[in-house]
Design a protein around this ligand. Structure first.
Ligand code: SF4
Length: 365
């Protein structure tokens, strides 16, 4: 029999890496199949922490963890049929019912984050031999569940509704990479300006490093409060294998862009997403994280979750021992540097639901 983890951060790490089988899904709960960002997940609240738990992945179907909705109205987490604890699951947000003419251009991540992919096409994805192998950006477009380009007006409309109806606290705008040298910064600027004119909502923009550093100031001036530029993997050989197109932008080029971005957005308001479990060693991730923290960049390390329909759908997720060997020392490093997720104004690092990093941060504070 599997032992139930003793600490909150260990439990969350197990759920994120192994996934959960939902025995009797309920219609009023919101889950997500396909698309960019955390796909194949359901937002669950475990001991007061929102976690995006994989439920549609291959490993979730084999997971020892189960969730059951009981007749009493309670939702309970089980491990190998042994009750572990009561949890709660995010309900469908009210703004989903208020669609724009073209459908819903954004989704709720966790419980208080609005997230959207502004441009659902990507130069890296057009040539499948060069595409990032973990990415599902084309799936929701192919399925007709989203549109290729969300206009600034649509985004402003949904952001206002999400704040008014569901008390959303911050917003993430990501984008596929267009062919221009701005690498997506231009459409983030246009979108941010329209959103900020409609509603006072902290915004994170996510794009590749723009060709000209002047875009950092333009994004800030348009109302983007925090910026994510995502390395995904840290070792050159792993990057070349997993993301042959995007790996053409080297880690060194990212480091230059990070320094330029921190000069504009401030220490701790620039972050990067690192997917652990794709081949980078814990030592490689921690070593680069140290460099990033010195620059004032928050390294948001998340366990890789294999998404259905991508080339990596059968790739194993990392186990919780592997994740703990990274997140525990990383939490200590972040505390020592006074670089905390709770100080980030908007975005994935502030939300934290795709990783147990912030729980490790709190546990080692
Ligand atoms: S961490 Fe980022 S991608 Fe994950 S749920 Fe939160 S906002 Fe979405």
């Amino acid at each position: 029999m599997q032992n139930v983890p003793a600490t909150r951060q260990q439990l969350i790490t197990e759920l994120l890496t192994q996934g959960v089988q939902v025995i009797n899904p309920q219609q009023e709960h919101v889950s997500r199949h396909g698309g960019a960002g955390p796909s194949d997940h359901q937002a669950m609240n475990i001991d007061g922490v929102t976690v995006m738990v994989p439920i549609y992945t291959h490993s979730a179907h084999r997971s020892p963890w189960q969730v059951k909705h009981e007749a009493s109205g309670t939702t309970r987490l089980y491990n190998l049929s042994i009750p572990v604890k009561e949890i709660s699951i995010a309900h469908k947000p009210r703004f989903y019912d208020r669609q724009t003419a073209d459908g819903i251009p954004a989704t709720l991540h966790g419980t208080d984050v609005l997230a959207t992919t502004v441009l659902q096409t990507c130069i890296r994805y057009e040539n499948r031999a060069k595409a990032c192998q973990f990415c599902a950006i084309g799936q929701s477009l192919a399925a007709g569940s989203t549109i290729a380009r969300k206009t600034p007006q649509q985004l402003a409309e949904v952001a206002k509704a999400a704040v008014e109806l569901d008390s959303v606290k911050h917003m993430v705008m990501t984008t596929g990479t267009p062919s221009g040298s701005d690498r997506g910064a231009r459409i983030l600027v246009e979108s941010a300006a329209a959103i900020k004119a409609a509603v006072d909502l902290p915004l994170q923009g996510q794009c590749e490093p723009p060709g000209d550093a002047v875009w950092f100031q333009r994004m800030k001036d348009a109302g983007i409060d925090a910026l994510g530029m995502h390395l995904e993997a840290v070792t050159p050989a792993v990057r070349a294998r997993i993301m042959p197109g995007k790996a053409q932008v080297s880690v060194e080029q990212y480091l230059i862009a990070f320094a330029d971005a921190v000069a504009v957005f401030g220490r701790g308001q620039v972050s990067t997403y690192i997917l652990a479990g794709l081949g980078d060693t814990p030592g490689a991730i921690l070593s680069l994280s140290e460099t990033l923290i010195d620059l004032g960049v928050y390294p948001f390390v998340v366990p890789f979750v294999p998404i259905s329909g991508t080339p990596l759908e059968h790739h194993a997720a990392p186990d919780s021992t592997f994740m703990t060997s990274i997140l525990q020392p990383l939490g200590q490093m972040l505390n020592a540097a006074n670089l905390r997720s709770s100080d980030i104004k908007a975005g994935c690092g502030r939300c934290g639901a795709c990783s147990s990093l912030s729980s490790f941060e709190q546990a080692t504070a």
